[in-house]
Design a protein around this ligand. Structure first.
Ligand code: SME
Length: 153
């Protein structure tokens, strides 16, 4: 499926649904169904502990059970969130501090999601068992996809 059609299908899926968790759940299922060669697709959401510490907490996803908490600035997800920039990692084993939730993961894309005021509220995370699975075109398509998800939250 081309990214344009893909984005349109997602828009239809989340349109006028007032339940963020439902939209994140369907978005992760949609990605996992339609993007080939993935072993994990889902979301981590920004949360605060009672101590005030900011972290990422596991949200809706498809794939194997995953790490529940990711410290801010740690791993691919925590780094993308803290630096507020998309990350495409061709070989996760080369990424300093990579958190291996599933040993099968070899490459990864993480895209920050933003709230209405532009603040980072979570990340979209895709893992593949293939090294260098994601192209620049994939990254661009997934960034557009993330914008649609943000609007639905
Ligand atoms: N590998 C990620 C952790 C999340 S799992 O891939 C689902 C990371 O380094 O942030």
């Amino acid at each position: 499926m081309g990214y344009e059609l893909w984005e349109k299908s997602l828009r239809e899926l989340v349109r006028d649904v007032p339940w963020p968790v439902a939209n994140l759940a369907n978005a992760s299922a949609f990605i996992f169904e339609t993007v080939e060669r993935l072993n994990w697709a889902g979301f981590y959401l920004v949360r605060q502990k009672e101590s005030g510490e900011t972290l990422l907490v596991l949200g809706p996803f498809q794939g194997r059970p995953a790490c529940i908490e990711i410290p801010w600035g740690r791993g691919v997800c925590g780094t993308a969130a803290a630096q507020d920039r998309p990350l495409k990692v061709d070989d996760v084993h080369e990424f300093p501090g990579h958190i291996a939730c599933d040993v099968a993961s070899a490459s990864e894309v993480v895209i920050p999601l933003h709230g209405k005021d532009g603040e980072v509220i979570g990340v979209l995370d895709l893992d593949s068992p293939e090294k260098a699975r994601f192209t620049e075109e994939d990254l661009e398509g997934l960034i557009r996809f993330a914008r649609v998800i943000e609007e639905s939250l």
